[in-house]
Ligand binder design. Structure first.
Ligand SMILES: Nc1ncnc2c1ncn2[C@@H]1O[C@H](COP(=O)(O)OP(=O)(O)O)[C@@H](O)[C@H]1O
Ligand SMILES: [Mg+2]
Length: 260
């Protein structure tokens, strides 16, 4: 039985008005099952972050629907939406900076505060999350005093502290050296394997994308490929202008790269 967690139909996103109107997403239909690990790939400006923001219910589509566990999310009131997001989702976004003047512990505690968890329990859970990312000994440090990789681990601790069903990560290893990046990847995939947390990762990194169970290729606000495996010379990773000639327009949803 399929257990569809997130489902989009005809998803469109238009930024700006009149002359400055820009259609960043042009009708996206995807179903993401619970427990999947999904990479959203495509060149810069293709609409990856826009799609992730919509899936994470951080922004509203201009058209189309997003269902979470079969429920249409457009009907939800802002308060309900905030609560839902806080409870079900964890975020590892570069732009979701931490309060670097505050301690590591307080940064991780924040989602629990928002959720109204009481003080003692908050601290216990935040410490457990920090242990998971092997930063238990740094809880008193100012977040500012950590290395880039450690900060990213704090973000992961904060993302998992509420026991989310989904983790959204936008270029989670983008600014890290390869050894540190590998550690972050390991953490994310362990959460997927061991806790069944659904992973949705926006990435430019071909190797990271290949580690996911599925790759959704976005180009020009459309899905041009969706399936298992990344081709060795996947057009999505080529920062080239015009690739249309390389694609069969009638079969754009299936770029099958698996061996027969
Ligand atoms: N808030 C915004 N206002 C206007 N245009 C935007 C906004 N956010 C993104 N865009 C445009 O939408 C397109 C897709 O952006 P984005 O989803 O961030 O792409 P990606 O993450 O794939 O690099 C880009 O052309 C970008 O300039
Ligand atoms: Mg982006």
């Amino acid at each position: 039985m399929k257990n569809v967690l997130l489902s989009t139909r005809g998803l469109k996103k238009v930024y700006g008005k009149r002359d400055s109107k820009f259609e960043a997403l042009k009708g996206i239909d995807i179903d993401i099952e619970s427990g999947e690990s999904v990479a959203i790939i495509g060149k810069s400006g293709s609409g990856k972050s826009t799609l992730m923001h919509l899936l994470a219910l951080l922004d509203q589509p201009s058209e189309g629907t997003i269902k979470l566990n079969g429920k249409n999310t457009s009907k939800l009131k802002q308060r309900k939406l905030n609560r839902l997001r806080n409870k079900e989702f964890g975020f590892v976004f570069q732009s979701f900076f931490m309060n670097t003047n505050d301690t590591v512990l307080n940064n991780v505690i924040l989602p629990l505060k928002i959720a109204g968890i009481r003080r003692g329990e908050r601290r216990k859970r935040a410490m457990a999350a920090l242990e998971t990312v092997e930063l238990g000994d740094k809880y008193k440090n100012k977040a500012n005093d950590l290395s880039g990789g450690q900060k990213q681990r704090v973000c992961i601790a904060r993302a998992i502290v509420n026991n989310p069903k989904v983790i959204f990560a936008d270029e989670p290893t983008g600014n890290l050296d390869s050894a540190t990046g590998a550690k972050i990847e390991e953490l994310l995939f362990n959460l997927n394997r061991e806790k069944g947390i659904t992973l949705i990762i926006v990435t430019h990194d071909e190797e990271l994308a290949a580690k996911c169970g599925r790759q959704i290729h976005i180009a020009d606000g459309k899905v041009i490929g969706d399936g298992k495996g990344v081709a060795k010379h996947d057009p999505s990773f080529i920062e080239d202008e015009n690739l249309d000639g390389m694609r069969d327009k009638n079969h754009t949803k299936e770029i099958d790269v698996e061996e027969e």
